[in-house]
Design a protein around this ligand. Structure first.
Ligand SMILES: Cc1cc2nc3c(=O)[nH]c(=O)nc-3n(C[C@H](O)[C@H](O)[C@H](O)COP(=O)(O)O)c2cc1C
Length: 168
């Protein structure tokens, strides 16, 4: 259950299916307090000369408070056998329970951000940019009706991938 450090160039992943079908955990905090949530919207790529992750978090998520407070967050990907754990992390809130315990996941603490021992691939990301989505910026208004009828537009974060950990 140990990891080795690698680089994004050495990975042979499909970022589309990895995120959309595999889902990911977004985690921030420290040894005193942290929180994680499941996400399936986001991207991996390049911006401003850095390899980056882009994530989108609705304002009501408890995890947002941790990502706001910290300079770093982690993005963790898992094998299919952890689907149930990711379903739990995408359903219950860390405000109401010990989510790690409910999901049966083991947090590990990198200096920058917590991540999970059960993950197959981990990106540690340094926050570079954040921006709230704005109604007037939607060029296809149907997206607003379909995804934002409650008015809870996502806050987007772009983070430089500063460390890549792969399961041995
Ligand atoms: C498959 C899946 C994908 C999700 N993707 C996102 C996402 O990209 N952004 C978001 O804000 N919430 C997303 N959620 C919802 C959060 O994971 C969920 O509300 C979670 O309980 C929030 O936990 P928290 O309050 O402890 O942060 C997703 C949930 C699931 C099941």
């Amino acid at each position: 259950m140990s990891f080795h450090e690698t680089s994004v160039e050495k990975l042979s992943i499909n970022p589309f299916t990895l995120i959309n079908k595999g889902w990911m955990l977004l985690t921030a905090g420290n040894e005193k307090a942290h929180n994680t949530m499941t996400a399936s919207w986001g991207s991996l790529g390049e911006l401003w000369g850095s390899y980056v992750s882009t994530i989108h978090i609705r304002p009501q998520r408890y995890t947002l408070e941790f990502i706001e407070k910290q300079d770093f967050y982690s993005v963790c990907f898992f094998e299919e056998e952890y689907r149930n754990a990711l379903t739990v992390c995408g359903k219950v809130s860390g405000r109401d329970c010990d989510k790690d315990k409910e999901a049966g996941l083991t947090p590990l603490f990198d200096q920058a951000a917590p991540y999970y021992a059960e993950a197959k691939l981990v990106f540690i990301c340094r926050k570079l940019y954040k921006q709230d989505m704005r109604e007037e910026c939607f060029l296809d208004r149907r997206i607003l009706d379909k995804h934002y009828s409650a008015g809870d537009l996502h806050r987007t974060f772009i983070g430089e991938i500063v460390k890549v950990l792969e399961k041995d």
